[in-house]
Design a protein around this ligand. Structure first.
Ligand code: MRU
Length: 350
């Protein structure tokens, strides 16, 4: 993706460091964060300097590669096993994190030069994430008619992946083909990934859009403004139940009520066949401070955190919810568009 005329990926590796766009500073400042070792990369994933399914996957793969670079000769296996566990504990719902960590760990340990192999596999995972996003864009674009009003939730754009993204990738292509789309961007409380990140991406790409309050989606659906909904996914169970950012479920239920197609866009690396249904998906609970406080730009140009709730009140902060497969019109993958069903999912994941 281009930012001020320069090409960027969301995350990449340089020597022993993992570099990433600092998403906690966007849209107000464009900064690159450097994580010098695997523990710093874990801290960046946990604090959401880097976030979004595919981007977390790439960062986790690179973190595992960093651990191989750091591992002492004595007790190498112990060190690597502990590092793997630390990486996996950062964001429990994000399937790509486990996918990438496992792949780097298992392939590298079998290689004659484990460290070299770990770095190579982590790089392959990041490159594949970019390829998959491009393919998802092509398939998803086929669903978008001219002049479509499209609703999206959270950020499943290039910042959420290594590049291009999933839910937003088809929109970039539709825009290039001059389909004259308009995007309704759910603000996505509590962290406002829609208002801050999706809106920033769409603005950079010159795509007409407006941020709407999280509780406004049903209104715009009822007004006939929304032709389809496209969201990303953080983990998809074998039966098609899909975990995505908190608030996705109610958008899916509303879409069904108004007869609007509801699509999920995700690479097959987000499917988890070990989860049979939603009941097996662990939902991350984050700090209540994210609900009670908001960060923004003050009138005097400073990034400030302000309290949003009554002092002394506590908050609940589940980061994701699960949309049952029955509400999903289709899943846009890098291999094509499939039904959210056990049969189609097991076929495509072979
Ligand atoms: O908590 P986040 O920002 O890491 O959430 C992940 C997401 O970006 C969304 O749920 C998204 O729609 C999934 S696809 C990247």
């Amino acid at each position: 993706m281009q930012v001020e005329g320069k090409n960027f990926r969301t995350v990449w590796m340089e020597k022993n460091s993992v570099l990433m766009i600092d998403q906690n500073q966007l849209p107000f400042q464009f900064r690159i964060h450097a994580a010098k070792d695997h523990l710093e990369t874990c801290a960046a994933i946990r604090s959401m300097i880097i976030r979004g399914a595919g981007a977390i996957g790439s960062a986790a793969g690179f973190a595992m590669a960093q651990a191989f670079l750091e591992a002492p000769e004595k007790n190498q296996l112990e060190f690597l096993t502990a590092a793997k566990q630390t990486i996996e504990s950062t964001r429990p719902t994000a399937r790509n994190l486990f996918y990438a960590t496992d792949l780097v760990y298992s392939h590298a340990l079998q290689a004659s030069n484990p460290t070299q192999k770990a770095v190579a596999i982590a790089q392959e995972i990041a490159d594949k994430d970019v390829e998959d996003s491009l393919k998802i864009g092509k398939f998803g674009n086929q669903l978008i008619p001219a002049n479509a009003g499209i609703l999206t939730h959270c950020n499943a754009g290039w910042l959420a992946f290594t590049d291009f993204g999933t839910a937003l990738s088809p929109l970039y292509l539709a825009q290039q083909q001059n389909k004259k789309i308009f995007v309704y961007v759910n603000e996505t409380r509590p962290r406002a990934q829609g208002a801050k990140l999706t809106a920033w991406e769409l603005h950079n790409a010159g795509i007409p859009h407006a941020v709407i309050a999280d509780n406004a989606a049903a209104y715009f659906m009822q007004q006939g403004k929304i032709d389809l909904v496209i969201t990303g996914a953080d983990r998809i169970a074998a039966n098609g139940d899909t975990a995505n950012k908190i608030g996705t479920l109610e958008k899916a239920i509303c879409a069904r009520e108004f007869g609007i197609p509801f699509y999920v866009a995700a690479p097959t690396s987000t499917f988890d066949l070990h989860c049979r249904t939603s009941a097996d998906i662990q939902i991350e609970e984050r700090d209540q401070q994210e609900v009670l406080f908001q960060t923004g730009l003050s009138k005097n140009g400073k990034i400030e955190e302000v309290m949003m709730a009554s002092p002394g009140s506590s908050a609940f902060n589940p980061a994701f919810d699960v949309t049952p497969a029955k509400y999903i019109s289709g899943i846009i993958t890098e291999k094509g568009i499939i039904k959210a069903s056990k049969t189609e999912i097991s076929r495509i994941c072979k």
